[in-house]
Design a protein around this ligand. Structure first.
Ligand SMILES: *[C@@H]1O[C@H](CO)[C@@H](O)[C@H](O)[C@H]1NC(C)=O
Ligand SMILES: *[C@@H]1O[C@H](CO)[C@@H](O)[C@H](O)[C@H]1NC(C)=O
Length: 451
């Protein structure tokens, strides 16, 4: 008894020395939850940085305009044209039955195919915005999750989700049936993977978070992610070749950390211990689309540190999401990067919707913002740690947003490059948003029917 106690103590002592070392040498990797930043992780971090710079778009306004162009093109002749979108009532929106009713260009890219289950990989060409070109596991085999358990973090069983995500080759991961997966610790997703929940109700909940760390090209689609808890840490395998000691995880729903080309689509998320989605540590080329967020305080964090200027590489599109019941703030909260927030429906917030510090560029276009009743919380925006004399130079622009119930967006900075020039494609206005976001969240797709 006593000897094992001593050895635990020794182990802790060694561990804390190691930890101090990690803090001193790699202050910015403090949140990385990597206890031993060994050669494998150092190499991954280096490769990830290269990939991020490669994915970075020097002319982000081309990306925002291309996105807007797709939305306009898609709505021509699809009946979106005359929709009056100012009803605040979204109830019954989804009770639609009948032929395919894809209501935005991302969905129209795949949902109308009744053989979607045979053609799953067609999804890989559907991302728009900064995450466009994210193909996930398109070039790999289909891997079927048949076993919801997560009992062995070092040698996960074939058939489990954890076994699939650590494989070195591209994989398109699907689920044999409805399942509830409680992750024992963080799920370390490797490069070139798609986790595709279509055709099954997959809940990842009550356990560890999904971590996308120092990797590239990942698609998450059609999952329910909720009630994620902070992990205790421990030995976790992150690839077939490597495992390492993880410190306590935050309990985010999804943590995108130093990664590029990530597309998060049709995910339903609520009630996680930390954030719902973090995009941090020089991640870029990310699109978060068609998600439904509810019951959460700090929803999305883009850039975790005012001191980490590498986050200037960060470019994120937030589109067609529904920010719904029980949300409080950070939808998202941004630092450093370039964020296109377009055609989202903000029906609930308690404090504010979009915030930030350290001069991020925020282009808000064609969203609907419905302010809460509280007269003190009508402002969509919130700036932190800077007086007006400083933040007035940050480029935060609102265009075509539908502001309801007294909502107001405080703009600052210059109109973004070219944005008012002739020929510039503005976004579909906020009055179309109820339709564009009508099917947000995980869908119940049935085989042999349009989804
Ligand atoms: C909705 O739009 C109609 C006409 O387009 C207008 O009369 C009405 O006041 C609007 N309602 C709200 C809640 O803004
Ligand atoms: C991902 O796939 C691409 C293309 O097949 C390949 O070039 C790249 O090395 C892969 N990335 C990793 C980390 O395996």
């Amino acid at each position: 008894m006593r000897s094992s106690e001593t050895s635990v103590k020794n182990c802790r002592l060694k561990f804390s020395i190691l930890f101090v070392f990690v803090i001193i040498i790699f202050p910015h990797y403090l949140r990385a939850h990597i206890a031993d930043f060994d050669e494998v992780w150092q190499e991954r971090a280096k490769e990830a940085k290269k990939a991020a710079y490669k994915a970075y778009r020097p002319h982000p306004e081309k990306v925002t305009q291309s996105f807007n162009h797709h939305v306009h093109k898609d709505s021509e002749g699809s009946g979106i044209g005359n929709h009056n979108g100012n009803s605040t009532n979204r109830r019954n929106l989804r009770s639609h039955r009948g032929p395919c009713v894809a209501t935005n260009p991302i969905d129209r890219c795949w949902r109308c195919d009744k053989n979607w289950a045979k053609h799953r990989k067609r999804l890989a060409k559907c991302a728009l915005g900064f995450g466009q070109g994210t193909t996930g596991g398109k070039d790999g085999k289909i891997y079927v999750v048949t076993d919801p358990s997560d009992d062995d973090l070092l040698n996960p069983k074939p058939g489990t989700l954890r076994y699939g995500v650590i494989q070195p080759e591209p994989l398109w991961i699907v689920f044999a049936r409805d399942m509830i997966i409680r992750l024992a610790e963080e799920l370390m997703v490797s490069s070139n993977k798609t986790i595709d929940g279509r055709g099954a109700r997959v809940h990842i909940c009550n356990g560890g978070q999904i971590t996308i760390q120092f990797v590239e090209n990942v698609i998450l689609h059609g999952l329910h992610i909720h009630d994620i808890k902070a992990g205790n840490g421990g030995l976790v395998r992150d690839s077939v070749e490597h495992y390492g000691f993880r410190t306590r995880s935050d309990g985010d729903g999804i943590s995108v950390f130093g990664s590029s080309r990530v597309w998060i689509d049709h995910i339903s998320m609520s009630n996680c211990q930390d954030g719902l989605i973090d995009v941090i540590m020089a991640s870029t080329a990310v699109t978060i689309s068609n998600c439904h967020f509810t019951h959460h305080n700090e929803v999305m964090l883009f850039g975790a540190s005012d001191g980490y200027s590498e986050d200037q590489v960060m470019q994120v599109t937030v589109a067609f999401n529904h920010f719904g019941q029980g949300l409080v703030q950070r939808m998202p909260r941004c630092r450093w990067g370039f964020i296109h927030v377009v055609n989202n429906d903000y029906t609930h917030w308690l404090m504010y919707a979009i915030g930030g510090s350290q001069h991020p560029t925020i282009i808000s276009q064609g969203n609907r913002f419905i302010a809460p009743r509280d007269i003190n919380c009508k402002e969509v925006t919130k700036r932190d740690y800077a007086p007006e004399s400083v933040w007035k130079t940050w480029n935060w622009r609102s265009e075509g947003d539908l502001l309801m119930n007294g909502a107001f967006f405080v703009e600052s900075g210059n109109p973004v490059n070219n944005i008012r020039k002739k020929g510039v494609i503005t976004a579909k206005p906020g009055s179309f948003v109820t339709r564009l976001t009508r099917f947000s969240g995980a869908l119940n797709c049935v085989k042999h029917k349009p989804c």
